[in-house]
Design a protein around this ligand. Sequence first.
Ligand code: 5AD
Ligand code: SF4
Length: 453
Amino acid sequence: MSKHVYIKTFGCQMNERDSEIIEQLLSQAGYISVAEQEDADLVILNTCSIRAKAEQKVFSLLGLLRKQKEKKPELRIAVAGCVAQQEGKQIFKRMPHVDIVVGTQQIYQLPDMLLRLDRNETRKEVSCDLEKSFTIPPFQKLLTAEKGRPPSPAAPEFRKFVTIMQGCNNFCSYCVVPATRGREISRPVSDILEEVTLLANKGVKEITLLGQNVNSYGCTNSVADQQTGFADLLQMVARIPGVERLRFTSSNPQDLSTELMQCFAELDNLCPHFHLPVQSGSNAVLKRMQRKYTRELYLEKVDILRSFCPEIVISTDMIIGFPGESELDFEQTMDLLETVRFHGSFSFKYSDRPNTRSANFTDKVEDKVKGERLQRFQKRQDQISLQRNRDYIGQTVEVMVESLKPDSVQSRTGSNHIVHFMTSPVHRFTPGDIAMVTIIHAGKHSLNGDLAA
Ligand code: 5AD
Ligand code: SF4
């Protein structure tokens, strides 16, 4: 009888992609994915440790799972992802109900580990050495898994992530990623092009190139000898027939080349949306964050981007209340928000993370102050987002259908705005279809429209 697996994913797109790979590997090993945790014989938590809150969520869920396992002792529990990589040993020590801890670069070993547990090997015997787990990532396996992926007629996939690099060499002083994902390494160009071609031939219309720091693709520790930078790669992928929409994430301002920015003027299928995390508007804070750019350089990049592509939508990430952030530093952040007028942003209270430099900084900002500043920032951002979204009222935009509700459709513009439109019957649309919609209403997080005649 087949076993049922439930995978819960926390965190970033890197993790979403890893969960897809895990699902694929397990389906080849005879597991069936289920949508409800209660129906599962195996629960996998693919975890994130970027902020303290993200990690707390994982531990509270592990607490609930302990109770479930008391009722259903045959339930298997696996912890993967960044918390597993970082806290794996502690999890094993403190949580006897966890059967498997699998590091960020060990997911390919998961089917084998499960098989060995089935053969009554102990969890200690099957677990890998997390500290020794950083090897050259098995990029080749990504391609093999993709080739072996059975078509899923129920939900045709219209968009996919394609990994182009792993790890990070930036060592921002607040960030766990270099510790949880290892050093930066770029995947060979030929593999990437082959995977995108394969996907496009299967009907995938939107591709997102994925890496912690895509702008430095090919610059560091490449598994193939290559002279291809990210802008060159983007141009090659954009030319693959069937790729209707092309996106990428994440970017770092210091590595953002003019060639890359120029791509927004040249490539029709490159979506006019740039997520460019800035983290702070104060040079003093940026310096202590070990970000390798200044506020001025960031603003210059924004200007160049807008000169190449006036309609480009720019969003960002912001950390509020980094150690030592003074009221004046925070004003600089608010001022940057007014200057750029980001279309949207993700903003977070700073939290200490294990093994990061800033965790040892002594001048921590009081939680209450962090909270007040975060609220001020978010309130102003919401106003700006709403104003910016209202600019679309009356415009007819091209959208790609994402999902169908009983009497409405959720879709997305190239510029990454969510657009809802009413239609009946909804079933004349399939996810991935392109439609033209005239915007009639704007909220701060989404737009509403009518199908254009
Ligand atoms: N505290 C708060 N926010 C953080 N981020 C990364 N590390 C921390 C931290 N220690 C935020 C950054 C990053 C986003 C993914 O999470 O803004 O861009
Ligand atoms: Fe979270 Fe960062 Fe790990 Fe992604 S890479 S799962 S954001 S800690």
